[in-house]
Each structure stands twice: as structure tokens, then as C-alpha cells.
Design a protein. Structure first.
Length: 366
């Protein structure tokens, strides 16, 4: 008891109660847990160095052995992927065009000018010149490879256009009603990665065909999901990585990233253009076969840690000597064990430390 004087009269007062170590620890642990959960790291400078046996933590958790995954979800669009354009190189009149969604394979016409076909062939090098005897390069190799696949022979498939190649070309020209010159003029062949699906038809039959005119747009024939990510999320999009795609209705299918590219997305109104990472995802199974276009969710796994020890993030404490630790509860006493942290995911964190095993009890903020 103490006394206080008011207007000359002494009054007795009750002594001020002091907060115990348990209350002080609870406040410290609560602040630590909030900081760690918010920042994903938990950077506090000091924490209790020890605890008397009677002052146990306000809550506990169990060390678990599990697989942690660093995952992110992004919106995707199911379709046939980005479209490429076919630009005309011939002069004359457009006399035939395919229909939308038509599938065109190797050796078939994409369109016709003056009733002569412009032919699809497979290859990664765009046509950019006339091909004749003496030409060398990857475009020559693509042409010869296609002629061989179409059944023409008598030449060696390499990167050199020889007289033997010219004879095979003349046979091919005869079969398609073309002048038998042995020269493949620029614009007669369009190279694409494989068979194509007509996405848009931009020219009109009966109209003049002029060099530089867009005739049609095409895509691949396989269903793919297109996802655009922010530049800082490029680590998620690695060619060959597996993803999970959620279709309308909640069905999940597996997918694989087949292509990653950087694209510039034009700004809307006064907004600046944005740099995005665009990933193409191929799907496995037949669940998406009946869907032409749909909005889907794509779950990326940036990192996976199998069979590691984990605790809730709120179980981490910042040790006085630096670094992090966990408070191991053993009966009525506790001890602090320094730990190295690994992957953070879903409110848990990977830990390694001397003597830590699955099933141990650790303290945490309530």
C-alpha cells in the first residue's frame, strides 16, 4: 500500500501491479508472428533468450514433414494460341480462299492467285527469296525436306539447291499445274511450323492480289492456353515446366509450358504500354476437346521442396544472437533451437536445425 496527499489529506492507494514475464513474452511473440506473416520473412531484432519452466508458450504447433510448393495462379485463355499472318507476294487476282477453321496440311494450298496455288510447307525459316540452282541455306533445306516428305526423290536433302533439286521441283510444279521452271519464286511457298488452322480470312476472292497484302491469319491446330504474366513473375514461366489448368466447371487438367516470349501490350487510353511475359501451355487429356474458347485458371509451381520439416511461420522467433529459431516444448520446459529457413508457402516455412524431427512440439504466438 502507498499514500497520496490530496488537499492536505493523506489517502491510501493500492500498489501498481507489474506485468509478468509471461505477458511480456506473449506481446513479443504476437508482434513477431504478425511481422513474419506479413512480410513472409519475419525480421525482428531480438527475442527472449530463454524461458523458465513454468512459463510455457501460449500456443503450440507440431513440426511436420511434408512437401512445400511455391505456387501462383493466373488467368488464362483457352484457344488455339496466337495467330500469325500470311502476306501475299504474288501479283494477279485472288481466285480461291479457304474458310474459317479449315485445317491445311503440308503441300496443300493456302489460297490461289490466278488459279495457281500458294502452298503450305513446314519449316521454321520464312521464305524470303527465289530458290534456284546454286542457292544455299536453311530455306533450301526446308524445301528439300518437304519435297521428300511429299514423295519426290532423286536429290539429297541438304542445304544446297542442285540440278537434282530443280528436277524434283519441276515434277512438283507439274503436279500442281504450275509452270515447270525448276525455280520456286518468292511467294509460292509459305513455311509454318506444322499444319495450320485458318483463323481469319482477310482477302476477298475476285479482288486484286498485291504484294504486302494480308490474305489470312492462322493458328496451330492444338488447343493451348495463353497466359500473360508480369515481368517480375518470369521465374514462374519456364519452358517444359508442368502446370495445372482449371477449366470452366472446376475440372482440372495437366499442362506443360511449350513456349515463353516477351510481348508488349498496348496501353488503354493514356496508359503506357506494358511488357508482359506470355506463356503457351499445351494440355493433356481430352477434357478440353469440346471447348473452343474459355477463360481458365492456371496454377504455376515455381519451386517444390519434397519431404522437408515445416512449422507455421508464426512459430519462428528472432534469436538475440541473430538468425531465427524455434522454441521446442519438452514436458514442462522449453529450449530454443537455431534454424535455417527455406521455402515459405501457405503460411508454413521449411526449417532445418540440429536435433529437430517430425512430431516435435514448438511454441508459437496464440
Amino acid at each position: 500500500m502507498g499514500t497520496t496527499t490530496i488537499d492536505g489529506e493523506a489517502l491510501e492507494t493500492a500498489p501498481r501491479r507489474r506485468r509478468g514475464r509471461r505477458a511480456a513474452w506473449l506481446t513479443t511473440a504476437t508482434v513477431l508472428a504478425g511481422a513474419v506473416a506479413a512480410a513472409g520473412l519475419g525480421l525482428l531484432d531480438r527475442a527472449p533468450a530463454g524461458r523458465p519452466a513454468a512459463a510455457l508458450p501460449p500456443a503450440t504447433a507440431t513440426i511436420a514433414e511434408e512437401t512445400l510448393r511455391d505456387t501462383r495462379e493466373a488467368d488464362g485463355e483457352l484457344g488455339f494460341g496466337p495467330a500469325a499472318s500470311v502476306t501475299n507476294r504474288m501479283r494477279g487476282t485472288v481466285t480461291w480462299l479457304p474458310g474459317g477453321d479449315d485445317v491445311i496440311t503440308r503441300g496443300e494450298p493456302l489460297y490461289k492467285v490466278d488459279d495457281d496455288p500458294v502452298v503450305l510447307m513446314y519449316g521454321s525459316t520464312p521464305a524470303y527469296r527465289d530458290l534456284a540452282v546454286g542457292a544455299e541455306g536453311r530455306d533450301v533445306a526446308s524445301l528439300e525436306r518437304n519435297l521428300s516428305k511429299l514423295g519426290y526423290d532423286g536429290f539429297t536433302v541438304d542445304d544446297t539447291y542442285t540440278w537434282a533439286t530443280a528436277r524434283a521441283v519441276m515434277a512438283w510444279q507439274e503436279d500442281r499445274g504450275l509452270p515447270e521452271t525448276g525455280v520456286v519464286e518468292l511467294g509460292r511457298v509459305v513455311f509454318a511450323d506444322g499444319r495450320v488452322r485458318v483463323d481469319t480470312v482477310d482477302a476477298e476472292a475476285g479482288r486484286p492480289a498485291a504484294p504486302g497484302q494480308k490474305v489470312l491469319g492462322y493458328t496451330g491446330t492444338a488447343k493451348v492456353v495463353t497466359v500473360q504474366l508480369d515481368s517480375e513473375d518470369r521465374r514462374l514461366a519456364k519452358e517444359g515446366a508442368k502446370v495445372t489448368v482449371t477449366l470452366p466447371g472446376g475440372q482440372e487438367v495437366r499442362g506443360k509450358i511449350t513456349e515463353v516470349a516477351t510481348v508488349i501490350v498496348p496501353g488503354q487510353g493514356n496508359e503506357e504500354p506494358q511488357t508482359k511475359v506470355e506463356a503457351l501451355v499445351s494440355l493433356t487429356g481430352e477434357k478440353a476437346a469440346d471447348l473452343d474458347q474459355a477463360a481458365v485458371d492456371v496454377r504455376f509451381t515455381a519451386e517444390e521442396r519434397e519431404n522437408v520439416l515445416t512449422v507455421p511461420v508464426a512459430a519462428l522467433v528472432a534469436l538475440r544472437e541473430g538468425g531465427f529459431g524455434v522454441e521446442v516444448v519438452e514436458g514442462g520446459a522449453t529450449r530454443y533451437v537455431p534454424v535455417e529457413t527455406g521455402l515459405f508457402s501457405g503460411g508454413r516455412v521449411e526449417i532445418t536445425g540440429d536435433g529437430l524431427t517430425e512430431g516435435m512440439t514448438v511454441g508459437m504466438a496464440k
